[in-house]
Design a protein around this ligand. Structure first.
Ligand SMILES: C[S@@+](CC[C@H](N)C(=O)[O-])C[C@H]1O[C@@H](n2cnc3c(N)ncnc32)[C@H](O)[C@@H]1O
Length: 282
């Protein structure tokens, strides 16, 4: 039997498989760029940090580079970022762009250990890793705007892979990685800055109407998915917004973070509903 792949290798394989999705991502890319323009005033566009940049298919880099003084792209897969940047800048990439290879959880090695050595000890090590915020130290600065590009759903699926779908420990791990991610976003955003967390929470696999739904039908489809509890475990945007609006996270925000109008993200074989939670730091 094939030994479990490390989560980092799995993510790299997934990135390689979706590298050619530039055209399919057009609507998603436009929505993200427009959301950043609405959320951050031109005079405040100093430093932008994007977590989960990967292939950069959801990032209109020339547009972002023309708007921001500095951009830091972060992903565990540096090769995907380099190839994504090379595709968008035929000349040398602009100097204001920096790529950082970083496991934002600091826990992937423990996920891997847990997946082939399912002991209480390996689970404890994983839990301890999720209790701290390694990306904050690793990146070493705070940003005017921090974006998570549908990274949380990847992190929750990595937890699922580490312990298996039927594990009684799965829900606790998902809750831990979710809180770690939200705390990381809040901490990386500098005072007066903006956090944008993209949340993909249900796909056409379980909500087939999504494939042909018009944009105006999305809010009611989203309501239906929430009512029927048809979403990925840990990705209910209502619950994530509640987490942002209560201790230990509520004190970060000037006013309670809000969800924006949902949109569709076409990932080839399936379509996702995405919403974003936007918060402005005190
Ligand atoms: C849904 S993809 C984001 C889409 C990507 N921006 C694109 O345009 O293709 C999620 C990204 O998160 C990265 N990722 C997954 N786990 C990570 C971790 N622990 N730390 C940093 N990046 C991670 C993956 O390598 C992948 O590039």
């Amino acid at each position: 039997m094939r030994p479990p792949l490390s989560p980092a290798i799995q993510q790299q394989e997934f990135n390689r498989a979706t590298r050619g999705n530039w055209d399919a991502f057009a609507e998603h890319r436009e929505r993200l760029a427009a959301l950043l323009e609405q959320s951050v005033a031109p005079a405040s566009r100093e430093s932008l940090c994007i977590l989960g940049a990967g292939n950069c298919n959801d990032l209109d880099m020339p547009r972002l580079v023309s708007q921001w003084s500095r951009i830091r792209l972060v992903d565990l897969d540096v090769e995907a970022m380099q190839a994504g940047i090379a595709r968008q800048f035929h000349m040398r990439p602009p100097d204001q762009l920096e790529l950082s290879a970083c496991d934002v959880t600091g826990a992937l090695e423990f996920c891997h250990e847990r997946s082939h050595c399912p002991t209480r000890e390996s689970l404890n090590k994983l839990g301890q890793a999720l209790a701290v915020l390694p990306a904050v130290e690793r990146l070493g600065e705070r940003f005017s705007c921090v974006v998570s590009t549908c990274l949380l759903s990847q992190l929750t699926s990595i937890m699922r892979y580490a312990v298996g779908d039927s594990s009684p420990d799965l829900l606790g791990l998902i809750q831990m990685v979710r809180l770690q991610h939200l705390r990381t976003l809040a901490e990386l955003t500098k005072s007066g800055g903006t956090m944008v967390a993209l949340i993909d929470f249900v796909s056409s696999d379980t909500l087939p109407q999504l494939t042909d739904a018009s944009a105006s039908a999305l809010p009611s489809l989203m309501e239906q998915a929430l009512r029927e509890r048809n979403f990925f475990t840990g990705m209910n945007p209502v619950v994530i917004r509640q987490l942002l609006n209560r201790p230990p996270l509520d004190s970060y925000w000037r006013e309670p973070p809000q969800a924006v109008f949902p949109w569709r993200w076409n990932l080839g074989p399936r379509t996702y509903v995405v919403t974003a939670l936007v918060g402005h730091r005190v």
